[in-house]
Write a protein that binds this ligand. Structure first.
Ligand SMILES: [Zn+2]
Length: 95
């Protein structure tokens, strides 16, 4: 049994240009399945090269508009519906 699912999404690191494609989410069944980003509200990864953490969270206004149960509606989500957060770790930060 896994602790997360993989998310089928890739983006270039804004810090170093490395392609990051190992996004994860805990919103699904966490059975190491591969999900599309629009199936989850939150997904994240860390750049293996520069250690920058990148996280996407579905915007609150959007999540209020779309209910998780309405699968077909979620399919129309684009990455612009997600808030992007990035954090550059200068030092080791505990979890
Ligand atoms: Zn990077």
């Amino acid at each position: 049994m896994g602790m997360f699912d993989s998310v089928n999404f890739k983006i270039k690191c804004s810090e170093c240009g490395n392609v990051i494609d190992d996004f994860q989410s805990k919103d699904g069944d966490c059975l190491l399945n591969t999900l599309e980003f629009w199936e989850v509200d939150n997904f994240y990864s860390s750049c293996p090269t520069c250690n920058k953490r990148i996280e996407f969270t579905l915007k609150k206004a959007v999540s209020e508009r779309i209910r998780k149960t309405i699968y077909e509606l979620r399919k129309s989500l684009t990455i612009d519906d997600y808030e992007k957060e990035e954090e550059k770790f200068e030092k080791f930060v505990k979890d």
